[in-house]
Ligand binder design. Structure first.
Ligand code: FAD
Length: 456
């Protein structure tokens, strides 16, 4: 009897513990991807992620075919699709990598309740989520002690290469076609900027890593500068599991001072998964319950201006347009844009989280939720709502001029004296809007809302 390999956000053949276990079982392997919009409900993949998924699955299918295998595609509730595939193929077991997302936890539980033999393996994180604990056995909620404890468990096991051959069953079950899933945009085709920048799939991930290693020794100095390509841009590849974090750990050992900086960023990914493991609804509910009574503003026009990159704050607008066109945004700018929405516009962080979910190619439930709650100060960590970022100061401090010129083309001709905050006349001349809200005004309004919440 064959075994089923259930693929989710682990679309790779190298260092894939579930694939290796399936092959090691000595049985024929049936790789399957189930597009489960029903189980994920409002967490179904966003538009940008669907574009990536299409190309990532196509790349994976090719990698499997090279090894004598195939990729079976099914749609519907994961547990139902898996159960019928088990019956059709008389499979003996299902191998899968463990996932923390609450809808996949539900699916895993449903599969087990259905009596199917589900074997879960680890390998999408540096350490299994939930396994990093203090001396007294409690999981961590604050990043710094988490990282210290995670570090003590490192290095992760050396990455294992892809199997040369994946044993095939004598008869393949039926598969849907990727093109029938409607994952790609029709009209208008908004994905042109994404196709120009990204190569989804395992080979694309390896290429990104190689490019990054060329300049990674200066990561510590450049990672906060949006005008430079100082970071790895591996996040969408990591989000779809096209490269394992253990691979990154071992590849970045000789970057001098930048090794530590890079690994401590990579550890944020584990930290976020660790928080979701403890608090599954972190993406929809503030961890500090007070925040439910913060008088958020209902401001559809402000939200639309933020989404469209028309707030009149060049650094914020550059980031939001980079996101829309390329499906990615520099981390420093994500922090500035998130803070601006939450504090200056006083719009509930959940509206921003939703927009990012739909537009980011690296949209990841755990990382998005943890970073948005961090920005709002509503999370389990020590960040405070009243620490309000000044977008203009940030823009100058992190030298965002060239970045703004690239993403806000109507300002491309401005010099360093004007680029961060053009004067009214220059704005009019360039066809660029006035600030949607003044920095002082926005700041004071946010602090007043905070005080009102505290007084309740
Ligand atoms: P690098 O600097 O090269 O870092 C390498 C890897 O480390 C990243 O790919 C990522 O997996 C991890 N990492 C780095 N910084 C962080 C961080 N702050 N939190 C968690 N992991 C981190 N990242 C996502 O992958 N998905 C999201 O949905 C997401 N939403 C975010 C929302 C907000 C409001 C903010 C402020 C940040 C968000 N991030 C998210 C984190 C971070 O911005 C991206 O991971 C990073 O910009 C990816 O670029 P890179 O791969 O070049 O990063």
């Amino acid at each position: 009897a064959p075994v089923i390999l259930w693929l989710r956000r682990d679309l790779r053949v190298a260092d894939q513990a579930a694939l290796l276990a399936a092959v090691d079982s000595g049985r024929p392997v049936i790789p399957v991807y189930v597009l489960d919009d029903e189980g994920a409900r409002h967490r179904r993949l966003g538009g940008a992620s669907r574009w990536w998924l299409y190309h990532s699955l196509a790349a994976l299918e090719a990698a499997l075919q090279q090894r004598g295998s195939r990729l079976i595609l099914r749609r519907g509730r994961a547990e139902v699709a898996l159960a019928s595939l088990m019956i059709e193929t008389r499979a003996h077991a299902i191998h899968a990598l463990h996932h923390v997302e609450p809808w996949w936890q539900n699916a895993e539980r449903a599969v087990l309740r259905g009596g199917l033999n589900l074997c879960l393996h680890h390998g999408n994180y540096l350490a299994p989520p939930g396994s990093v604990r203090s001396g007294s056995g409690t999981p961590y909620r604050i990043y710094t002690p988490f990282w210290r404890a995670l570090r003590a468990q490192m290095p992760p096991a050396l990455p294992r290469p892809a199997p040369d051959v994946i044993p095939a069953p004598t008869r393949w079950p039926a598969s849907e076609t990727l093109d029938s899933w409607g994952l790609l945009p029709t009209a208008p085709d908004w994905a042109g900027g994404m196709a120009a920048e990204w190569t989804p799939g395992e080979a694309g991930a390896q290429q990104r890593l190689a490019d990054f290693l060329d300049h990674a020794r200066v990561y510590a100095e450049t990672r906060n500068l949006p005008s430079q390509s100082g970071t790895s841009r591996l996040s969408p590849h990591l989000a779809f599991g096209e490269i394992s974090p253990a691979t990154l750990w071992h590849a970045t050992q000789d970057l001098g001072g930048s090794t530590d900086t890079f690994l401590s960023e990579l550890a944020w990914r584990d930290y976020a998964a660790n928080i979701i493991h403890q608090i599954p609804d972190y993406g929809s509910r503030p961890a500090k319950p007070d925040f439910e009574s913060l008088p958020w503003r209902d401001d559809p026009e402000g939200l639309a201006a933020w989404q469209g990159g028309r707030t009149g704050y060049p650094i914020v607008d550059a980031g939001m347009r980079e996101l829309w066109v390329s499906g990615w945004m520099h981390n420093r700018v994500r922090m500035i844009a998130a803070s601006f929405l939450i504090k200056h516009l006083l719009i509930d962080w959940r509206a921003g989280e939703r927009w990012f979910w739909d537009t980011l190619l690296d949209a990841d439930y755990a990382q998005n939720a943890v970073n948005w709650q961090w920005s709002a100060g509503s999370g389990v960590d020590a960040n405070l709502f009243v620490r309000i970022m000044a977008p203009l100061v940030q823009s100058e401090k992190f030298d965002a001029g060239a970045y703004i010129r690239r993403w806000v083309p109507e300002l491309a001709g401005l010099g360093d004296d004007q680029i961060h905050d053009p004067d009214p006349l220059t704005r009019r001349r360039c066809g660029y809007p006035m600030p949607i809200v003044g920095h002082r005004e926005g700041r004071e309004r946010a602090l007043a809302a905070w005080a009102a919440m505290k007084a309740k």
